[in-house]
Write a protein that binds this ligand. Structure first.
Ligand code: F0G
Length: 464
């Protein structure tokens, strides 16, 4: 298997490679990011994407049941007997006309890819099963991540379900929602709370993993991104193998957009699709490094020759001004996205754009997703808030076919949901107002009534 799959530097000028079993997750020549690469010519491939439908008849087998591994021919880095699945990837791609209306789109144009249905409640399980499988091929005993909450929940659940590794989780202090923290604690992960934010925690976990030889599952691990490609394969499947015009995704550490771009580049290279969709990434306005660098400063992939002084200069200026990420969309409260170069490549190949959305816009979009029948956490709704902007700007036409990825479940952050809906649209909730939220357009407040049958009936007749 090993000569059919290997790790390769993303910079074509560098050309560095690493063995499949290497767990340093940086190019040995230039210390840059690595891809998992395949010798496709020597691998069995489907003739067309619809050939994957044959797997539906063998769903009783765990690898074909998994919404990730039934596409394993498109990321063949592990033998079947090493694959570690807990049934991830049973997710929905749902037509969403009410949300389409909110975003200014025509009925039938918008689909929501709901990744909250995964075992740990977010898209992370798509990648975690792949990283876990790789960890198993190298006999790792401990696995670590820094997290804004979902990666840690996913790691914790895979460790608890398989008993193959001990989870070590680094989180920033006060920076994680209770829903996600509770998952790490419940699933017996060693949880280390650092006096700092996610960016600090990520730096530390990389140092610690190197020093102690702990397997790292953050998205700098290219095997995670191989699993996340399947979110795109399932979208294509749901659309009967027709490529949509746009995929819209929230951007934090930029693992998803990097993985989605790689998925489409490979499908095109393999002749399994004729064109790629366009990609739109949406940052929270309080954590908008990618938006600033891509849209405001014109940073581009440039064939791998990224303008390093521009990139590093931006990060240094951020440090000098002690500018910290700050958004209620805590999952994407990240100012130093590790996958930025890969994300630039994805946008280059797929004709991408980046936008930022304020917390006010994100929470309104989230409430509309909820009212439309799918519940998501704030970070996920950035995709819908960004779509609304892109339609208003005329970048996306109302009749184009768009899929917004809803990355995490609504119950991940019920504090944000309750704070929003219990706010008075006129006076505002203290908590949200203090964090810069300017309106709560769709607040659905609980109706206060005395404990009296007549009053209760009166209230119901009045409001329902
Ligand atoms: N949406 C949710 C719900 C997330 O948890 C994350 C990232 C993102 C979007 C951003 O995805 O990093 O691929 O751009 N959460 C990470 C974590 C950082 O630690 O759980 P990305």
């Amino acid at each position: 298997m090993s000569d059919l799959a290997f790790q390769r530097c993303i910079d074509p000028q560098c050309g560095g490679t690493a063995d499949l079993a290497d767990t340093s997750f940086q190019c040995p020549k230039c210390r840059g990011l690595l891809d998992v690469a395949y010798d496709w010519n020597r691998l069995p491939l489907p003739k067309k994407l619809s050939d994957f439908e044959a797997k539906w008849t063998t769903r009783h087998q765990p690898l074909d049941f998994s919404g990730v591994w039934r596409f394993r021919q498109l990321f063949p880095f592990a033998p079947d007997d090493k694959i570690m699945t807990i049934g991830e990837g049973q997710t929905l791609c749902q037509r969403a006309d009410a949300v389409a209306k909110f975003a200014g789109m025509k009925p039938g144009s918008l689909f929501l890819q709901y990744e909250g249905m995964n075992p740990s409640g977010s898209f992370k399980d798509n990648g975690m099963t792949a990283a876990f499988t790789h960890a198993r091929t190298v006999d790792a005993r401990r696995a670590a991540c820094a997290s804004t909450g979902n990666t840690s929940a996913s790691l914790a659940i895979y460790c608890a379900a398989t008993h193959l590794m001990q989870a070590v989780i680094f989180i920033g202090s006060g920076k994680i929602s209770y829903g996600k923290l509770s998952q790490a604690l419940e699933h017996a992960a060693l949880t280390v709370q650092i006096a700092g934010d996610f960016d600090d925690a990520l730096r530390r976990v990389q140092e610690v993993s190197r020093q102690l030889g702990i397997y790292l599952v953050n998205s700098v691990n290219p095997f995670r991104l191989e699993g996340q490609k399947t979110i795109m394969f399932r979208i294509l499947e749901a659309l009967r193998w027709e490529v949509p015009d746009w995929i819209v995704v929230p951007g934090g550490n930029l693992g998803n957009v990097s993985s989605f771009g790689k998925a489409f580049m490979e499908l095109k290279e393999l002749g399994l699709i004729e064109r790629t969709p366009r990609l739109a990434v949406v940052n929270a306005a309080g954590a908008s490094t990618f938006f600033q660098l891509y849209e405001k400063q014109g940073l581009r992939w440039n064939g791998g020759a990224i303008d390093q002084p521009k990139y590093e200069g931006y990060l240094q200026a951020m440090d000098a001004g002690n500018l910290r990420a700050d958004t209620l969309a805590s999952a994407i409260e990240i100012n130093r996205p590790v996958n930025l170069p890969k994300a630039l490549r994805a946008l280059d190949r797929c004709g991408g754009v980046v936008r930022e959305a304020t917390d006010t816009e994100i929470l309104d979009a989230k409430a509309q997703v909820g009212a439309g029948g799918l519940g998501c956490e704030p970070a996920s709704a950035a995709s819908v808030a960004g779509l609304k902007k892109l339609v208003k700007e005329g970048v996306i036409a109302p009749s184009e076919r768009v899929v917004c990825v809803l990355t995490g479940h609504v119950l991940k952050d019920s504090d944000a949901t309750v704070a929003y809906h219990s706010s008075d649209p006129k006076t505002f909730d203290e908590k949200l107002g203090k964090r810069g939220v300017k309106r709560v357009q769709f607040a659905n407040r609980a109706v206060q009534v005395p404990n009296d049958l007549n009053e209760i009936i009166k209230a119901i007749e009045l409001y329902a």
